[in-house]
Design a protein around this ligand. Structure first.
Ligand SMILES: Cc1cc2nc3c(=O)[nH]c(=O)nc-3n(C[C@H](O)[C@H](O)[C@H](O)COP(=O)(O)O)c2cc1C
Length: 302
């Protein structure tokens, strides 16, 4: 099966994207992962100034999934650009940057510096606190669109808006960021969750509420892809949430995604991408599918 795909103007050799925050800065992961099987790898989100992140504990198992409350710890864009940026050309996979910020100006500054390092695309991670608003940017169409518009005017690099399944109306957010200039959408980031240790009676994360990822997220993110693809069929989508197998990838494609990100699966199986690609080829042989384009948006009605 031909695994090449397109996200707007971006040509990808594989539909698999290594999800932000699950492959570090990409540079070290490249030594243990199977990035030759991916179309792109996204470096951990970076902000204008250094963010210390939350204290331990920041990760906890949660049923078949995982909770994290890292707080987007990162060294800030100046350190990132000088220490990590120059090493990205040697990792064997196109690298995307990921920008976070507390205001549209912050995002634009980070995006300009990321673009200067030569990243192939920039994800705008809207799942972070909006200092000027009530909650995270990704909950509000207007706040999200302001960020994407600021990034759009700062860079000509392709940009993807990464949205949150916590938004009350993700279609409204998707429409607003597309209108503001996003070239593609990443659906989705983690969904809010929590866990409590019954013995110590303490929350399992220092921040109490964190992001749930892994298999329990898949039906939620898949629903988001279905809704957004139905409303905005021309907007390229990267499906993201709970992908562990070739059939998970096929599900996201049928729902309307053109590419699919793998995140939490890397913690248990750093080389998961190799197996997932093998499973995709097997699916193609068994079902007579020759290209991914035959699958995207191909869900049949009852
Ligand atoms: C430990 C951890 C750190 C993450 N850090 C980021 C990040 O820095 N930026 C971002 O956009 N998403 C981040 N994510 C979210 C993932 O990129 C992905 O959207 C989410 O985990 C859902 O996919 P999955 O179920 O395959 O993990 C993080 C996820 C985990 C588990």
């Amino acid at each position: 099966m031909d695994l090449t795909t397109r996200l707007g103007d971006l040509d990808l050799r594989s539909p698999l994207i290594a999800a932000a925050g699950t492959v570090g800065s990409v540079v070290d992961f490249a030594r243990v992962g199977a990035l030759e099987h991916y179309g792109a790898a996204v470096a951990k989100s970076v902000s204008a100034e250094p963010w210390p992140g939350r204290p331990a504990p920041r990760l906890a198992p949660a049923g078949a999934g995982m909770l994290n409350g890292i707080g987007i710890q990162n060294p800030g864009i100046d350190v990132w650009a000088s220490e990590i940026g120059p090493r990205l050309g040697n990792v064997g996979v196109p690298v995307w940057g990921s920008a976070v910020g507390r205001s549209p100006e912050d995002f634009a500054r980070v995006a300009s510096a990321l673009a200067a390092t030569g990243v192939a695309a920039i994800e705008v991670n809207l799942s972070c606190p909006n200092l000027e608003g009530t909650g995270m940017f990704a909950l509000e169409p207007k706040a999200s669109a302001e960020v994407v518009a600021a990034v759009r005017s700062a860079v000509s690099t392709p940009i993807g808006a990464k949205l949150s399944p916590n938004a009350a109306d993700i279609v409204a957010v998707a429409a607003a960021v597309t209108e503001a200039g996003a070239d593609f959408l990443v659906l989705t980031n983690t969904v809010w969750g929590a866990a409590i240790d019954p013995v110590t009676r303490r929350p399992r994360l220092s921040g109490v509420i964190g992001g749930l990822s892994g298999p329990p997220l898949k039906p939620i993110a898949l629903r988001c892809v279905l809704e957004v693809h139905a409303a905005l069929p021309g907007t390229p989508i990267v499906g993201c949430g709970g992908v562990r197998s070739g059939s998970d990838v096929v599900e996201y494609l049928l729902a309307g995604a053109a590419a699919v990100a793998v995140g939490t699966a890397h913690f248990a199986e750093p080389r998961a991408g190799r197996r997932i690609v093998r499973e995709l080829h097997r699916y193609g042989r068994r079902h007579g599918v020759r290209s991914l384009a035959e699958l995207t948006g191909g869900m049949k009605p009852w």
